[in-house]
Design a protein around this ligand. Structure first.
Ligand SMILES: Cc1cc2nc3c(=O)[nH]c(=O)nc-3n(C[C@H](O)[C@H](O)[C@H](O)COP(=O)(O)O)c2cc1C
Length: 202
């Protein structure tokens, strides 16, 4: 059973560098439209390099705002990852593969593993199509709609660009989302916002 919805799913993508075995997590958009599931990866991220080298990615659903901020700018600790064993059909043969998903401690409520096929590799982005191989619902919780969670996602998207460009227009957008997070958020949203602002000011 799939866990994604039609549109762009802002998930935490987990991947592994097959040479070192080091796992990685980062917020990534997975685009599900007209029966196809795609990712558009900007060059230079660990996620892009790991997907190129391994041919798989795991999409994780969590509502922990700190996981979005910390995985966007830094590295999650080892205990943030849990090993999963699955099989990938390669040239007609099922090959066992070990992947990494996000741990329940990181608020992971469900995950879905995909193999990836490169659709286009252009100067700006690598586009891959995803094929599901396994999924699991772990611990679904009610999540009353909250503007602060959306605000953290929005601010984090802008901040990943701001740290590279220092564009004042992006800072203004971050401030706008920050205002909503402060107004509508619980303690965990405000704490994540503070960490995000600290990353921006580094
Ligand atoms: C909600 C959200 C969605 C994002 N979606 C994408 C995406 O679809 N493609 C991409 O290349 N970067 C995306 N980013 C930016 C990456 O998360 C960011 O570049 C991150 O630092 C990459 O980490 P990594 O080097 O560990 O892979 C997104 C960021 C956020 C906050």
């Amino acid at each position: 059973m799939g866990i994604l919805a039609d549109g762009i799913n802002e998930v935490i993508a987990t991947t592994v560098n097959p040479e070192t075995g080091i796992p990685n997590a980062a917020p990534m958009g997975i685009i599900a439209r007209r029966g196809r599931t795609m990712m558009q990866l900007f060059h230079g991220t660990h996620t892009e390099a790991n997907i190129r080298a391994s041919g798989w990615v795991v999409a994780n659903l969590t509502f922990d705002p700190m996981v979005y901020v910390e995985s966007a700018f830094g590295d999650l600790p080892d205990e943030a990852f849990t090993e999963i064993s699955t099989k990938i059909l390669t040239e007609g043969v099922d090959i066992p593969v070990t992947m990494q998903r996000l741990s329940v401690g990181e608020g992971c409520e469900a995950w879905e593993a995909f193999t990836t096929t490169i659709v286009s590799d252009n100067p700006k982005t690598l586009v891959v199509e995803l094929t599901p191989v396994a999924s699991e619902i772990l611990d679904l919780q009610p999540h009353p709609p909250n503007r602060a969670f959306a605000g953290i996602i929005e601010a984090t998207v802008h901040a990943t660009r701001y740290v590279m460009t220092r564009d004042p227009e992006l800072w203004a957008l971050i401030e706008q989302s920050a205002e909503i997070v402060r107004k509508c958020g619980g303690e965990e949203h405000v704490a994540a916002l503070e960490v995000l602002i600290a990353f921006c000011q580094e």
